[in-house]
Design a protein around this ligand. Structure first.
Ligand code: PLP
Length: 423
């Protein structure tokens, strides 16, 4: 469910017509709906009612301050993968103790930062990292609260580039070695073992891999507890998918169905349950608004060239991802459609948002909305091809605010300077 609907023939974000945002902010632009964000958090939170839980928003899906602050106000924590994300989370009002620091390559500086700022849980991904953290904590006179991210060797059944829980992936500690590493962790100074963690991939549309992974985690937790290792937290990661393509295959399970699996697998272990959802909370809470630059008839194809590029929304180029594309001006019911390639202006053949997509007749200057662009959209954007990062807008009811302004070209250039010997 989201709050992007046609009203009086124009696509709206909540009560704001997207034509108004295009007029005042220009295109391309990301538009987020605060009511949708709040609803998604609430649905998951209610599904998990009856468990002692903490929902830590996976910041990498969308670290926009307004998005994070919305979730913070609802009681969310954050799952961060860098010092930068941790700092954004705190700036948005998330207390350090509600932050989980994940990532396979935390630097020494980042570990020091985490210890200094009192991050609630560090998810460690190797024995080497554990040793390093122990040394740093002792030197600083601090204690690190840690979980080991276990690699359960479960195929998430999702795109290869967003699968993380197979033993050949770089992530986590192999689940068969976890017990040994936990015993070592218990002997190390500066380390307090608090939990176990897992994250097997993203955009999962089937509950089975979750269940398999959670049951492995259950067995491990029982084994560790029996061995006197005080596991108090079970971190189940993120990964629950969202619908990208209306009416087609990929229908992900509902949060309530996911919660049932969670409860049946680990609900009885007396542990706090930690979740790291990213896409689930923000995916359908954002759209990318773009304008048609021109229509181009190629030798064998018809192209719709838009002003957004793969630098603004990378998912189609990176993962062959599908985004729904709809005209902001509502097409007449039964309007004729034709197959077009919707492409950006970037000088790369992969800058294609949709190939052979059936769309109504379109015209130059028309506005299009790319659906489900709230996750891994703005957060992956770059200035490739000399294009300033595009703005972000938050909508609430009939109000909207620019939360990231479009930099001027001068500002983009001023971020660099020539070496002094080049005068
Ligand atoms: C990316 C990531 C998530 C979030 O994944 P979603 O599919 O967006 O829910 C959670 N935990 C970790 C460790 C991640 O790397």
């Amino acid at each position: 469910m989201n709050h992007f609907d046609y009203r009086n023939g124009v696509l709206h974000a909540e009560d704001v017509p997207l034509t108004l945002i295009a007029e005042q902010v220009g295109t391309p632009v990301y538009v987020y709906s605060q009511a949708t964000l709040e609803r998604h958090f609430q649905v998951l939170n209610e599904a998990l009612a009856g468990t002692d839980h903490l929902i830590c928003f996976a910041m990498k899906a969308n670290p926009s301050l307004g998005v994070v602050a919305t979730l913070a106000a609802m009681g969310a924590g954050a799952d961060v993968v860098s010092e930068g994300e941790a700092r954004i989370a705190m700036a948005a009002g998330i207390p350090a103790e509600r932050i989980v620091f994940s990532g396979v390559g935390k630097t020494e500086e980042e570990l020091v930062f985490a210890l200094e700022s009192g991050i609630g849980q560090l998810n460690l991904e190797s024995y080497e990292e554990l040793l390093e953290l122990s040394h740093l904590a002792q030197r600083m006179g601090k204690t690190a609260r840690i979980a080991l991210r276990v690699n359960p060797d479960i195929d998430a059944g999702t795109h290869a580039k967003i699968t993380t829980g197979l033993k050949e992936n770089k992530f986590g500690i192999d689940w068969t070695q976890a017990h040994t590493v936990y015993k070592q962790a218990m002997r190390l100074d500066g380390i307090e073992v608090v939990g176990v963690a897992v994250h097997i991939g993203s955009q999962l549309t089937d509950l089975q891999p979750f269940q398999d992974a959670f049951l492995r985690l259950r067995d491990l937790t029982l084994m560790l507890q029996a061995d006197g290792i005080p596991i108090q937290r079970i971190d189940l990661g993120g990964g629950l998918g969202v619908p990208y393509e209306p009416g087609v295959n990929e229908t992900p399970p509902l949060p309530s169905e996911y919660a049932k699996v969670v409860k049946s697998c680990v609900g009885d272990l007396g542990c706090k349950l930690v979740f790291e959802p990213g896409r689930l909370l923000v995916g359908n809470a954002g759209i990318l608004l773009t304008k048609i630059v021109r229509l181009k008839e190629g030798a064998v194809k018809s192209f719709v060239v838009v002003d957004a590029g793969m630098n603004d929304l990378m998912r189609p180029a990176l993962y062959d991802a599908y985004h729904d594309i709809v005209p902001v001006k509502e097409p007449k019911p039964g309007a004729a459609k034709r197959a077009v390639d919707v492409v950006g202006p970037i000088c790369e053949s992969s800058d294609v948002f949709a190939a052979g997509r059936l769309l109504p007749m379109l015209y130059k200057g028309e506005l299009l909305a790319f659906g489900t662009a709230g996750a891994y959209g703005a957060s992956m954007a770059s200035e490739y091809n000399g294009r300033p990062l595009i703005p972000e807008v938050m909508v609430k009811g009939d109000r909207f605010a620019v939360t990231r302004a479009r930099p001027t070209y001068d500002a983009m250039i001023a971020a660099q300077k020539l070496p002094d010997w080049m005068g």
